[in-house]
Design a protein around this ligand. Structure first.
Ligand SMILES: C[S@@+](CC[C@H](N)C(=O)[O-])C[C@H]1O[C@@H](n2cnc3c(N)ncnc32)[C@H](O)[C@@H]1O
Length: 156
């Protein structure tokens, strides 16, 4: 199952970029044997004053056809990492070829796009900067792959 991260804004070189690249590389390496990955990051513009409606148009354009749409939203479902891992495995086992995680910009994700989501994932009630949310998602993808492969990275 291919994984897509569709996100508002361009991530520049720096600590977040280094972490993102590292976790995505680790996820792809661990996920290969599990039929999880590869990951593609689709970045859309976040021009000042553009607003979430205009961003939603660009995000929708970046979505692969027939992808399961999982939006990142603080009002979404909070779940333990093993449950997230099992959810990914379930989508894969259901024959889902692509899953797209959507991360909004400063104004969040437009209502029109939120209405199309199949799943809403939350990292808790606090609002995180969108670049950090991208890094956190990449780490949780890697963690999920280690849980599914039985590697000792995840400890409870
Ligand atoms: C700065 S936040 C925007 C928050 C905005 N107030 C809203 O109404 O969604 C940018 C993006 O980061 C992601 N994000 C931030 N905090 C999150 C959380 N706790 N759980 C899941 N995603 C989060 C979401 O995709 C959000 O659209």
């Amino acid at each position: 199952m291919r994984v897509h991260i569709c996100a508002v804004g361009r991530m520049r070189a720096g600590p977040e970029r280094a972490l993102l690249d590292d976790y995505l590389t680790r996820f792809e390496r661990t996920g290969r044997a599990l039929s999880l990955g590869p990951v593609t990051v689709h970045e859309v513009e976040d021009k000042k004053g553009m607003g979430s409606d205009a961003e939603a148009v660009l995000l929708e354009r970046a979505l692969p056809q027939n992808a399961l749409i999982a939006i990142m939203d603080e009002r979404g479902k909070v779940m333990p990492s093993p449950d997230f891992a099992n959810t990914l495995a379930q989508w894969r086992d259901d024959g889902q070829s692509d899953v797209a995680f959507i991360i909004g910009g400063a104004d969040g994700i437009a209502r029109s796009l939120r209405a199309k989501a199949n799943f809403r994932l939350s990292f808790g009630a606090m609002v995180w900067p969108h670049m950090l949310a991208r890094v956190m998602l990449s780490e949780q993808l890697y963690r999920a792959a280690t849980i599914l492969s039985g590697s000792p990275y995840h400890r409870t």
